[in-house]
Design a protein around this ligand. Structure first.
Ligand code: NAD
Ligand code: UDP
Length: 431
């Protein structure tokens, strides 16, 4: 079996300096945690595999593999076991949780994260938990999964609630990160009416909650509010170019009306609001089958399948790594900035170039691990989806001046980590 060298990963930032922590102190809120602590929560298999030897004994095939991932965090890892003979799994609960900061009650926030079981939400939850805050996740598990946060279930600072945000919800809290909404085009187009309802009713309910509890409210809006932009790169004061009746409208217009509602509550009722316009973000725990370009390309390349570029591949996107986004969201939440803020990485690629970069990085990781594929994967071209934006790159001047935030991760470093994550999932058989 090939080796998984997480222990030897060195991650360098844009200036060539090694990244060992993520986060920083801003506006009196310290969001810094060790990268290894975070990695121990996502860059590992969820179970070890055993095969029965027939003499009542179990042969544990993967313990060594497992140990490589867990590093110093072995005591905090689930030891769930996959029985390959019976294709069944024995789940194990944690006997000890990863260490979280001990904050004085005056510094400890009660934080509600809607959509906290999704890709972005679960990384935000990991960070807030390690920092010592009290976190409640509200999720209907439409696109998210309990497994993304299961390592916190039972922790006294953590609560997981199955709830659909289109219904009202009551809780006492200090901060609300309102993330609940499907984000990938196939998911949000699956039930367009529900996406609009989630965007409007969900935001309405959470703003009502913020008004009652006087909690600060942050909504995860999107670069899609700019539609297929005529201004490049996109600053926050650009009003956008959105088709209101196309297949993407349920999401684009949903987020636009959610912003309108947010500023309505701000002006009329004094709700303390923050609006993050998030540009394409990728990272571990992204649903490998959600149809977004980063997950599609990596999974295709790892499986040795053709990589599907839609259209002529000349459309552009700018990709940011998840830890940069979480840094930006936390900085925005704790700042005084009530205007919308773009959070994204300005390294822009055509999708054709991006396919080649992903292929090169997958080949590099495979070579390092001694897995030599039998053939080079091919890049093939498929029809472009309706209303696919031609260009996208954030103008992040506001985030830089107002939050002191700018992305640290290069696309290459982020992709390498994500390739290792999916590779691990494939080895354990869960992908
Ligand atoms: P995701 O699909 O992984 O997560 C969304 C989460 O919300 C899931 O856990 C899902 O089950 C939950 N959810 C959906 N509808 C719900 C409802 N009605 N009630 C309760 N929970 C519900 O997507 P993500 O990438 O983590 O995106 C999170 C947020 O960030 C979304 O609001 C999205 O619009 C925004 N965003 C993401 C990106 C990106 O590139 N990932 C870019 C721009 C904006
Ligand atoms: N895309 C692609 N191949 C894929 C998936 C997506 O070429 O397998 C393209 C898609 O047409 C779009 C870009 O990649 O131009 C980003 O797509 P994604 O769904 O990730 O996000 P979007 O920014 O369009 O919401």
């Amino acid at each position: 079996m090939s080796s998984l060298k997480t222990a030897s990963i060195r991650t360098l930032d844009k200036n060539g300096r090694e990244i060992t922590t993520v986060g920083f102190e801003r506006f009196g809120f310290d969001s810094e945690v060790s990268l290894d602590a975070l990695r121990s929560l996502y860059l590992r298999p969820h179970y070890v595999t055993v095969a029965s030897k027939g003499d009542g004994e179990d042969d544990i095939q993967q313990l060594e593999q497992h140990a490589k991932f867990t590093k110093d965090a072995a005591a905090y890892q689930s030891k769930s076991i996959y029985h390959s003979d019976s294709h069944s799994i024995s789940y194990t609960t944690l006997s000890r949780f990863p260490p979280v900061k001990l904050l004085p009650p005056s510094n400890r926030k009660r934080v509600l994260v809607t959509g906290g079981a999704g890709f972005v939400g679960s990384h935000l939850v990991d960070r807030l938990m390690l920092l010592g805050h009290e976190v409640t996740v509200l999720d209907n598990f439409f696109t998210g999964s309990k497994t993304t946060v299961s390592h916190w279930v039972g922790h006294p600072n953590f609560e997981l609630v199955r709830h659909d945000v289109v219904e009202p919800f009551m809780i006492e809290c200090d901060q609300i990160y309102h993330l609940a909404c499907p984000a990938s085009p196939p998911h949000y187009q699956f039930n367009a009416v529900k996406t609009v309802k989630t965007s409007f009713m969900g935001t309405y309910n959470m703003l009502g909650l913020a008004k009652r509890t006087k909690a600060r409210f942050l909504i995860s809006s999107t670069s899609e509010v700019y539609g297929d932009p005529e201004v490049h790169p996109q600053p926050e004061d650009y009003w956008g170019h959105v088709n209101p009746i196309g297949p993407r409208a349920c999401y684009d217009e949903g987020k636009r009306v959610a912003e309108t509602l947010t500023y309505g509550y701000h002006r009329q009722d004094g709700v303390d609001v923050r609006v993050a316009r998030i540009f394409n973000t990728y990272g571990p725990r992204m649903n490998p089958f959600d149809g977004r370009v980063v997950s599609n390309f990596i999974v295709q390349a790892l499986r040795g399948e053709d990589m599907t570029v839609y259209g002529d591949g000349k459309q552009t996107r700018s990709f940011q790594y998840i830890h940069d986004l979480v840094d930006g969201l936390i900085a925005l939440m704790n700042s005084d900035e009530t205007r919308p803020v773009n959070i994204g990485n300005s390294d822009e690629f055509t999708i054709g170039e991006f396919a080649e970069l992903v292929r090169e990085i997958v080949e590099k990781v495979q070579k390092e691990d001694g897995d030599l594929p039998t053939r080079r994967v091919q890049i093939v071209y498929k029809p472009i989806p309706t209303d696919d934006p031609q260009k996208r790159r954030p103008d992040t001047t506001r985030a830089k001046t107002s939050l002191g935030w700018q992305p640290k991760w290069t696309v290459r470093m982020g992709l390498e980590e994500m390739v290792r994550y999916y590779k691990a999932k494939m080895l354990e058989g869960s992908l």
